[in-house]
Write a protein that binds this ligand. Structure first.
Ligand SMILES: [Zn+2]
Length: 336
């Protein structure tokens, strides 16, 4: 069991050894790896939180705190992040709000828990910390090493990824291990990407289908590392995190992020085949699967595929091609 880190330990491990990565950045990645053990078990403790009280707030609040480069969360509150001279605070506020408004407008969901959960986002966590996390009650973002990652709040899809862990915590409650762990990470990438697509009115054809492209630093770009992950091509050379994209490549000993490319790619394939806005079609299907009664903490890929196909039939009874494209996508990644 391990708390989500937006940049997976597999990526941190190779970056701190790669000769193309400057030594200052290698040190930052090495330090970030040390957090993996520190947070062991924390995610599991939060996963089993009791259901929230309903209707605590009709308008979810978003607060931004400043850790001042310490490892203490939440840190000190920033009173008016929208007027703050620190662009990091503004990014954290605006991208967090975008995700919360996306959940409200598209899924009629009142914040992460559907009960008006107050969202706290901490910036400037630790020193040159090239990562971000959801700790069960809030998000926190480092400043990045500066060369591989500019700043961890620069990318709206990466911010959305972390917030979506809160959504999973209050819905599917997927464990952070095995296939359920991979699904947990995949759901975060898919909802992070959809919130970005929604903000820009991107269709499945015009969307970038990558995570983290806006936070890549100069040295990363020089090396043609253009994103953290890709839903379109999980094995892309230009992606820092090479992931399995077919079930035959599922690694039972891998980190959840290493295997989440399988369902990421299925979502991409289905959305691309259908066309239009992904949040209007498979976004609703995925949300229905996460909030329904069939999903359970150890859901496998095969079970999840079956649940999403049921949802596609239920939500689009007179548009059978929605289900058919989804079936084709799960077959293409070898899950069914
Ligand atoms: Zn994650």
């Amino acid at each position: 069991m391990c708390i989500c880190q937006g940049v997976s330990p597999s990526v941190l491990s190779w970056l701190c050894e790669d000769p193309r990565v400057p030594s200052h950045s290698q040190q930052a990645f090495r330090s970030a790896l040390a957090f993996v053990d520190r947070w062991q078990g924390l995610r599991e403790a939060y996963r089993t939180l009791p259901p929230p009280e309903r209707s605590l707030s009709t308008q979810p609040d978003v607060f931004v705190f400043d850790c001042h480069n310490t490892e203490s969360v939440p840190g000190k509150i920033i009173p008016t992040p929208e007027n703050c001279t620190d662009p990091t605070a503004f990014e954290a506020l605006s991208y967090t709000r975008n995700f919360i408004v996306f959940m409200d407008k598209i899924f009629a969901r009142n914040s992460l828990d559907d009960a008006g959960f107050t969202v706290i986002s901490s910036v400037h966590y630790s020193r040159s910390y090239p990562n971000a996390f959801w700790n069960g009650s809030q998000t926190a973002f480092g400043d990045g090493d500066g060369l591989i990652f500019k700043g961890m709040t620069n990318a709206d899809d990466f911010v959305g990824h972390e917030l979506a862990h809160g959504l999973t915590q209050y819905t599917a409650k997927l464990k952070y291990e095995g296939e359920a762990g991979a699904l947990n990470e995949s759901i975060s990438d898919i909802f992070g990407s959809m919130a970005r697509q929604w903000k820009r009115r991107w269709t499945a054809e015009t969307a970038d289908w990558v995570i983290g492209s806006d936070m890549m630093g100069t040295v990363a770009i020089q090396n043609n590392w253009l994103c953290l992950r890709s839903l379109k091509d999980p094995m892309a050379i230009s992606s820092l995190s090479k992931q399995a994209m077919h079930y035959r490549d599922y690694n039972p000993d891998g980190w959840p992020h290493d295997n989440s490319g399988i369902s990421n790619h299925a979502f991409f394939l289905a959305a691309q085949a259908l066309g239009g806005y992904s949040w209007e079609s498979y976004g609703r299907v995925w949300y229905g699967a996460m909030t329904g009664t069939e999903i359970h903490p150890l859901t496998t890929f095969k079970e999840f595929a079956s649940i999403t196909l049921d949802e596609a039939r239920r939500l689009f009874p007179s548009a059978r091609h929605v289900e058919q494209h989804l079936k084709g996508a799960w077959q293409a990644v070898g899950v069914i």
